[in-house]
Design a protein around this ligand. Structure first.
Ligand SMILES: Nc1ncnc2c1ncn2[C@@H]1O[C@H](COP(=O)(O)OP(=O)(O)OP(=O)(O)O)[C@@H](O)[C@H]1O
Ligand SMILES: [Mg+2]
Length: 248
């Protein structure tokens, strides 16, 4: 997978997904690849297949045809999806999904339990991330005692806790006003890039899509545009090499 050999971190190859329920072809032969450090928007109207595609990349669902490789590993061969997700993927949803009885600090620490990190390491990492998203003063607050924008910034911190290779965000600004939404996206981009992660954001908001380097447009489950060639940053080292040593 690694950047030195030029292999992309993520490869989506001719992926299709049909839902028998409702007889819907949600995805129809979608292909693209993306590298560590890229920020990529999945755009298109409601029902075009954005969330379905993120679910497949996030091992929450399986394609009927085609395959998806992360770090060279075919997801169809992953035996323990939850362990793979915890180690390699971060998720941000439209609604924050914070555990209501846990403080922001505890919520950000939670994914690190799956990796068996010692308490002190979890605490330090969560504190560092909450600081980075401007929430250090709110670390001890319960989710219901902070604003919607703050909750979503905490969700960004939580998604990055395990230094994922890929961050998947499905309409991460959907519950926020435009100013707070923009701040969340900026933080997501800045933090994920600082850590060398690939960021995939599904959004029908053009402002959100414009903030990312690259846009893939879907219509009726088909990829109709990909402005990949517009901007090619130098890929960071960091996670790409870490990932290749852990995933195999
Ligand atoms: N579990 C499911 N069962 C049946 N049909 C589904 C299921 N999930 C999605 N679909 C259908 O697949 C198509 C793609 O849905 P998807 O949720 O991926 O769209 P989307 O681009 O994320 O839309 P939105 O912008 O509204 O979130 C839609 O027609 C949807 O109704
Ligand atoms: Mg969706």
């Amino acid at each position: 997978m690694n950047e030195a050999t030029g292999s992309p971190l993520l490869r989506v190859e001719g992926v299709s997904r049909r839902f028998a329920d409702g007889d819907v072809q949600a995805l129809d032969g979608v292909s693209f690849s993306a590298s560590a450090g890229e920020t990529l928007a999945l755009t298109g109207p409601s029902g075009c297949g954005k969330s379905t595609l993120l679910s497949l990349i996030g091992l929450l669902d399986q394609p009927d045809r085609g395959r998806i490789l992360i770090g060279g590993q075919d997801l169809a061969r992953v035996r323990q999806a939850s362990a793979f997700r915890a180690r390699h993927l971060g998720f941000v949803f439209q609604y924050h999904h914070m555990v209501p009885t846990m403080t922001l600090q505890e919520n950000v620490e939670a994914p690190m339990l799956a990796l068996g990190l010692p308490r002190a390491a979890r605490r330090d990492r969560a504190a560092e991330l909450l600081q980075a998203v401007g929430l250090a003063p709110r670390a001890g607050f319960l989710p219901r005692h902070v604003s919607g924008g703050e909750r979503q910034r905490a969700a960004v911190a939580r998604a990055l806790a395990n230094r994922p290779a890929i961050v998947l965000a499905d309409e991460p600004t959907g519950s926020l006003d435009s100013r707070n939404g923009q701040r969340v996206v900026e933080l997501l981009i800045t933090q994920a890039r600082a850590e060398g992660a690939l960021v995939l954001v599904a959004s029908h908001n053009p402002e959100v899509a414009a903030a990312l380097q690259r846009r893939i447009a879907l219509r009726d489950g088909v990829c109709v545009a990909d402005d990949r060639e517009r901007l090619r940053p130098a890929p960071p080292q960091g996670l790409a090499s870490v990932f290749s040593s852990t995933v195999r």
